[in-house]
Design a protein around this ligand. Structure first.
Ligand SMILES: [Fe+2]
Length: 235
């Protein structure tokens, strides 16, 4: 599996405190069947220089090689939808046109469509992260259904499907799966203890709802296309 959303880099956001915990997270991911992780530090008020993100990745990758942990770390970011559009290209996934977009945790901004459009006219393909945890979407899932189209994709969190974010987020994640608007399941992991880089538990729940083939696309095929910058084959 490929995890396109994971706060695995240390001392850069609210993820792990040190590189030892990053390595522990990679080991957990490996045991769960994850082969590649997109490292996605929060980009919000502080625009972390892309070279710092890359430097952290290089250091982690070299430690993983030394310790025989066969997990590849790729560059990405968890980008707040409000950052100045001119900086968006610095924070795409693995240098492609795909970019993770996070909305405020409290609500869906009234200008969400405009913000997404500003990214699309720059040639980017936004992937909206964990809408199932957003109170506005929980209340009215059509807000996110209306945004998903041939250029804008949806990622839900594996933990939501097993109730880690409460019954409303779980119900909303399942509802979005049933509606067929989910393109990715990712971990959005932050640690080796309380929010771990594990996809398999959520995958099992999703498979019961939409079937094995659909879930395979969400954790294998679609992430593979994303990290390689290929078009997503969505109907
Ligand atoms: Fe995140």
């Amino acid at each position: 599996m490929i995890d396109i959303h994971c706060h695995i880099l240390h001392d850069i956001d609210d993820g792990p405190y040190n590189i030892e915990e990053s390595i522990e997270m990679a080991k957990i991911a490996h045991l769960d069947g994850i082969t590649s992780i997109v490292a996605t530090p929060h980009i919000k008020d502080t625009l972390i220089p892309p070279e710092i993100i890359q430097d952290r990745i290089d250091k982690l990758q070299s430690r993983l090689y030394q310790e025989n942990v066969p997990v590849r770390i790729l560059k990405g970011a968890d980008v707040n939808v409000g950052i100045p559009p001119a900086f968006l290209n610095d924070y795409t996934i693995n240098g492609t046109k795909y970019i993770l977009f996070e909305f405020p945790h409290t609500h869906m901004p009234a200008n969400a469509r405009d913000l997404i459009f500003k990214a699309i006219i720059r040639g980017l393909h936004p992937i909206i992260t964990h809408p199932e945890r957003n109170p506005s979407v929980i209340k009215n899932p059509n807000l996110i259904v209306d945004l998903a189209d041939s250029n804008t994709f949806i990622q839900i969190t594996a933990g939501s499907l097993i109730g880690d974010f409460g019954p409303y987020a779980k119900h909303c994640a399942i509802h979005l799966l049933r509606l067929g608007v989910v393109h990715f399941i990712a971990s959005d992991a932050h640690s080796s203890t309380w929010r771990k880089p594990v996809l398999s538990d959520g995958v099992k729940v999703a498979e019961k709802i939409v079937g094995t083939d659909a879930v395979y696309r969400m954790v294998m095929t679609n992430p593979h296309f994303v990290i390689n910058g290929s078009p997503l084959n969505v109907s």
